[in-house]
Design a protein around this ligand. Structure first.
Ligand SMILES: [Fe+2]
Length: 286
């Protein structure tokens, strides 16, 4: 739907994606530039590293969040970047989610993590737009996260940019870490990726680029039953944002909205950082 603000599912990969140049980093910047050119109202983002317990979810209400430090990145790349929490929209989202039956509270002390600030810095290097940060839920129910996205979908009509940051193929136990640990080379690939990684990566691309609307929601939840899912995701945390995004971009009204693979970066041999966008911006006069 051209009239709705697009939605992104980004694979943030390792911490080194913050400091190293890549096609994915270029794509994130391009998406940020496009969003700023359309005067987005703000960003609403779910990451992979903040999961609330039991049946709860949380939104960050910390007015001055710090940043959890990261390894293998020069601190200059992030230490001075100011995060801009959007507390009015955060409170609005809490109300919207509460009205849909979610057990949701604000968290006034949460420090933001690289899954989120890596993307914000890469998309918006000259300044963070007003941002609402939402946790995932540690029970990792795909339908639950899809419903979270569906609940916040109407904010796209007000030009909020909804982003999920996780991973297409993201199994830290099966990555080949040696070149990064020894030589700071996260893109080294001494062998091709293994078949399970290639297969699941292809399944994710097929679902996102060949389905849309409610079919996208069904297909995305079904990916967690794919025979290679557990190889591609040793834990479910980096796939929840994909379900959140399917909720935000998979309404009946989104039936004509195209999903595109904008860029991709393999890291650590077996981690596939695919970057996807759902829907298109309206053309603007230049
Ligand atoms: Fe991560």
């Amino acid at each position: 739907m051209a009239s709705l603000t697009p939605v992104h599912f980004f694979s943030h990969g390792s911490t080194m994606m913050l400091g190293e140049e890549s096609e994915s980093a270029d794509y994130w910047k391009k998406c940020g530039d496009e969003a700023l050119a359309r005067n987005i109202q703000g960003v609403i983002i779910m990451g992979a590293h903040w999961d609330a317990l039991n049946d709860s979810i949380q939104l960050s209400t910390n007015p001055t969040p710090g940043k959890s430090p990261v390894a293998y990145v020069n601190p200059e790349k992030y230490i001075n970047y100011t995060l801009t929490p959007d507390l009015p929209t955060t409170n609005r989202c809490i109300t919207l989610l509460k009205n849909e039956g979610f057990n949701v509270t604000g968290n006034p002390t949460f420090d933001w993590i690289h899954d989120v600030y890596l993307i914000l810095i890469r998309m918006f290097p000259s300044g963070c737009p007003p941002t609402t940060l939402i946790s995932a839920n540690a029970r990792y129910d795909p339908h639950f996260h899809m419903k979270m996205g569906a609940t916040l979908r109407p904010l796209r009509k007000e030009n909020f940019l909804i982003i999920g940051t996780g991973g297409a193929v993201h199994n830290l136990y099966r990555n080949r870490w040696a070149p990064m640990l020894k030589f700071r080379d996260n893109f080294a690939m001494e062998t091709p990726p293994e078949d399970w990684a290639l297969e699941f990566r292809q399944a994710v691309e097929d679902v996102i680029t060949k389905t849309s609307g409610v079919q996208l929601r069904r297909a995305m939840t079904r990916l967690m039953k794919h025979p290679r899912f557990r190889d591609a995701h040793a834990t479910d945390d980096h796939f929840m944002a994909a379900l959140f995004v399917a909720g935000a971009a998979g309404d009946e009204e989104d039936a004509d909205a195209e999903g595109v693979l904008g860029a991709e970066s393999w890291e650590l041999t077996n981690m596939c950082n695919s970057q996807f966008t759902f829907g298109k911006w309206k053309e603007i006069a230049v």
